[in-house]
Design a protein around this ligand. Structure first.
Ligand SMILES: NC(=O)c1ccc[n+]([C@@H]2O[C@H](COP(=O)([O-])OP(=O)(O)OC[C@H]3O[C@@H](n4cnc5c(N)ncnc54)[C@H](OP(=O)(O)O)[C@@H]3O)[C@@H](O)[C@H]2O)c1
Length: 244
């Protein structure tokens, strides 16, 4: 019988689709799949997975999606995965050198990778604060680690994930005071075979390009094992801590 709920935001992301398939095996769990593109979700069991369409990931769209959630039958939300994010687009390429830096591209990447996740947390918090444990995983990246930055380049993406990590750290401090049931995880999936990594896969060492299914399985295991301790955990696909 369904007795808990998982939210997957950016549900069409390559990794999110694998997570969805893995989580559908838990018959006690309802999935809420939040995405700009619900056509991709056709064929998924509608009793167990409910799509919510968003126009984009700005604050108005986020507020509307959260209102729809509030109007649904109450079920404890025990997991949230914020999987959305961009590295490149038709008009954006990660910078190789300083001269490639572009203010408009920077602001699009910051909007997608930094602003949108914190706005989701801002609007979801009231729904997550309860006696039930809730583990919130936000997709970060190792390149957002300042201490790990040995290669340079990718100014906007690096900065967007470093800023995301700082926001999540600050959220975890606040939750330790006022929402002790919520655990926050900043997750680095490793290089995973999805549209996001496609243009950069040829330089990935053999055995280091992961399938989405592998990463989804690792992540679910990590979420289960990570305790609710009032801290931000910045973890890679092996569950190992990454230095900020
Ligand atoms: N793949 C990797 O190698 C890798 C490595 C390190 C970190 N990551 C991080 O892992 C997360 C998932 O990546 P993925 O590889 O699964 O990516 P993906 O397959 O390219 O999917 C990214 C998703 O982000 C959403 N999105 C697209 N444009 C957006 C925008 N302008 N604003 C906000 N959201 C937008 C879309 O969700 P909807 O279509 O559902 O709306 C899209 O499906 C990202 O945060 C990424 O930075 C990935």
């Amino acid at each position: 019988m369904i007795n808990q709920r998982t939210l997957i935001i950016g549900a069409n992301s390559g990794i999110a689709t694998a997570l969805t398939l893995a989580l559908l095996k838990d018959t006690d769990r309802q999935l809420i799949l939040i995405t700009r593109n619900i056509e991709h979700l056709q064929g998924i069991d509608s009793n167990q997975a409910i799509p919510i369409h968003v126009n984009n990931y700005d604050e108005q769209s986020i507020k509307r999606a959260v209102s729809k959630l509030q109007a649904m039958k109450a079920l404890p939300i025990t997991q949230v995965f914020i999987c959305s994010g961009i590295l490149h687009s038709r008009n954006i390429k990660p910078e190789k050198r300083l001269e490639d830096f572009d203010a408009n591209a920077f602001s699009q990447i910051i909007n997608a990778n930094t602003l949108s996740p914190i706005l989701w947390l801002k609007h979801l918090t009231t729904l997550l604060t309860s006696e039930h444990t809730c583990k919130v995983t936000v997709f970060s990246a190792r390149v957002g680690s300042t201490s790990d930055n040995k290669l340079g380049g990718w100014y906007s993406y690096r900065c967007s994930k470093a800023a995301l990590n700082m926001l999540l750290k600050t959220v975890a401090i606040e939750f330790a005071r006022r929402a002790k049931n919520i655990k926050v995880i900043a997750f680095h999936p490793g290089t995973t075979d999805t549209p996001l990594s496609k243009p950069f896969q040829k330089n990935v060492p053999v055995g280091k390009l992961f399938t989405r299914e592998f990463v989804a399985k690792q992540l679910l295991d990590i979420v289960e094992k990570t305790p609710v301790d009032g801290e931000l955990s910045y973890l890679d696909w092996q569950g190992k801590h990454i230095n900020f």
